[in-house]
Design a binder for this molecule. Sequence first.
Ligand SMILES: O=P(O)(O)OC[C@H]1O[C@H](OP(=O)(O)OP(=O)(O)O)[C@H](O)[C@@H]1O
Ligand SMILES: NC(=O)CC[C@H](N)C(=O)O
Length: 592
Amino acid sequence: MAAAASSTSLSSSISKNLSSPSAPLSSVIRPFAAVTPTYKLIARSCIAACFKNLNSEPLPLKSNPIGDYLDAASKYRDVKPLRATNAASDGNSDIHFSLDKPREECGVVGIFGDPEASRLCYLALHALQHRGQEGAGIVAVHDNVLQSITGVGLVADVFNQSKLDQLPGNSAIGHVRYSTAGASMLKNVQPFVAGYRFGSVGVAHNGNLVNYQSLRAQLEESGSIFNTSSDTEVVLHLIAISKARPFFVRIIEACEKLKGAYSMVFLTEDKLVAVRDPHGFRPLVMGRRSNGAYVFASETCALDLIEATYVREVNPGEVVVVDKEGEHNLCLMPHPEPKQCIFEHIYFSLPNSVVFGRSVYESRYKYGEILATEFPVNCDVVIAVPDSGVVAALGYAAKIGVPFQQGLIRSHYVGRTFIEPNQSIRDFGVKLKLAPVRGVLEGKRVVVVDDSIVRGTTSSKIVRMIREAGAKEVHMRIASPPIIASCYYGVDTPSSEELISNRMTVEEIKDFIGSDSLAFLSFDSLKKYLGSQSPNFCYACFSGDYPVKPNEVKVKRVGDFLDDGLNGSIESIDGGWVQARTEIDEKVAGSV
Ligand SMILES: O=P(O)(O)OC[C@H]1O[C@H](OP(=O)(O)OP(=O)(O)O)[C@H](O)[C@@H]1O
Ligand SMILES: NC(=O)CC[C@H](N)C(=O)O
């Protein structure tokens, strides 16, 4: 990757130009005027490049480039979360377990400078629970020791009063996991903690590294022993083998070797570090509490819950180091190129969050309005597939002037694994989760709005359920373009060949799911709506154009809580499987 190559010069120059390898962070970062001209030049050019991608024009450099950088970031401060008064999201979505749809991703949180750090992490993880339900963990620092508690299941399953009592300290990081690499099992639950020769470090990661198999192979070749089968563990090894002394330079050196998606928080005895990959695939925001404590989180809904004020995003390619002297910022590489995941706005994030500087609620409402403008239909009622279709359905209904009603009621008590008692009982899963309201549907021409169609299995069951409840017509409207390619950046989508829109035309999908009509938000309209921000998003799932070429096969888990063994390579993971290569995958592999 060309960008990664250019970033190498940053960390090596930083290391080379530090007056003392053990210099405290303050002497390394703060007095920009005091550091060597080479370092200043590199820092200036990388900061200028950061501006370039976040604003249409690079900002003029003044005497303190870091100050400029912060000013540039402040444009995000104006964006206030729009409260989702009608959205039915409860943060407990998507809990039945199958591989036939996009799954949530992980959520991360970091707190620095609050005596209740681990309790605040715990609360923030509740707010982020929709991003991962396989496992949860918190690491806190107390008396210079990193203490960790992790467990499988939901946040409420893993933590209780006595567990939180075991995590005192002023700083902590936390994680909720949905696996993309490495089996769903205890040893892969984050945050991970490792000791290296200068201390201890904990990490929590949202995203997926597309080159971790080769990195792991290289590390194993030179003697590294891995404890987990997760991609995230390679980051700790890379930090440990770095020759640089200051911790943030170790992180920069490690990140320069990574390809793919990473929004990460690191914890050491005295620092909290937040890092976002140069494309900024996954979100990461920063906030402050009234006592001055720093908070980092995947979504602003976590800040809201713990009464932290949203300050700004951690920018793509930015490293934010927080220690007792305050906050220090660096760019990971000279040319960050934002490619933020559009699916965060379509499906993953909660509607009450501000993600990538935009309100998720506003985005979804607008997608619904656009769908209504482009694909209106004579109907009596507009309903949503709860929860992720609700806001788009509200926009659709308002635009065509037809009432929005709750035609499907969602059970919030379905566990994430359940056993279908007999394969002959069809649709049991979807019926367990969704129940039709006959009074709303009977004899009506119904528009059903959902956020996406992946394999088409859920949609066909929903259409049948609505018809069985007496609907006269069922018109499906999807508030995203057709998904034709698998995600390699932290969303666990099925392989491209399993995606229904990759195999069928819209007309064929309509027949497959059994609706009277079907329409998707058009890709062009989506980009038009995003306007000048459009190039800053990743649309790989809609286009097959991958910003970072995924040239390694995708390895996913299949069974839950299987032991994948402590020894052996990724290929030998029990219960893991290697994704079949599809035409798109071949095309991608061929283009690398
Ligand atoms: O192509 P399909 O197999 O129909 O998959 C698509 C469905 O999967 C997702 O919902 P999910 O069941 O994960 O629930 P959620 O929307 O409430 O999170 C998505 O919102 C669609 O409804
Ligand atoms: N969904 C994610 O962000 C997953 C993080 C990491 N790749 C894991 O599998 O644990």
